[in-house]
Design a binder for this molecule. Structure first.
Ligand code: FMN
Length: 152
């Protein structure tokens, strides 16, 4: 059973760190949206969509990727994000878009990520060291749970 993780991580690689931890547990292929564009998603049983949060939204590249997808009936998906605030509600946007595309969203994950954008740079950034070991372990647990739910 095959898993793909598509991830946009444009600021500090925070979301990519989480994506890599999940990919290891799920034995998943990990790609940026531009690479995933060239791949037939039909070959995957589970697809993860991850992004940093920029202005309250996932990165444009992953939005564009999801927008361009055909409709999939009942294909399993999951969503994850890192952000300054670490709010689960940031995942709702992609969850809704994927549901509209016919995906069955099996779960979502979020954690805080280091942010040194704009004025935050002047104070050394926010959430230094995040994602940390504990965040990465929680991401692994999330992936283990997906596996045990027999999503894959
Ligand atoms: C341009 C920009 C806008 C951001 N907007 C938000 C935001 O609206 N809410 C939030 O909680 N974090 C925001 N952040 C913080 C990032 O979501 C956070 O640093 C995230 O971990 C970045 O992930 P990445 O390193 O994978 O790109 C923003 C960061 C940047 C660079």
């Amino acid at each position: 059973m095959k898993t793909l993780i598509v991830c946009s991580s444009m600021h500090r690689g925070n979301t990519k760190m989480i994506a890599e931890a999940m990919a290891e547990i799920l034995d998943a292929d990990l790609m940026e949206p531009q690479e995933a564009d060239l791949v037939n998603l039909e070959q995957y049983d589970l697809v993860g969509f991850g992004s940093g949060v920029y202005g309250g939204r996932p990165h444009k590249s992953i939005e564009k990727f999801v927008f361009g997808l055909p409709r999939f009936r009942g294909r399993k998906a999951f969503v994850f994000s890192t952000s300054w605030r670490g709010k689960p509600s940031y995942n709702e946007y992609l969850k809704n878009k994927l549901t509209c595309k016919g995906f069955d969203v099996a779960g979502d994950f979020c954690c805080k990520g280091f942010n040194c954008f704009g004025p935050f740079k002047l104070i050394g950034g926010l959430n230094k060291g995040r994602p940390n070991k504990e965040d990465v372990e929680k991401a692994r647990d999330f992936a283990r749970k997906l596996k045990s739910q027999e999503c894959i």
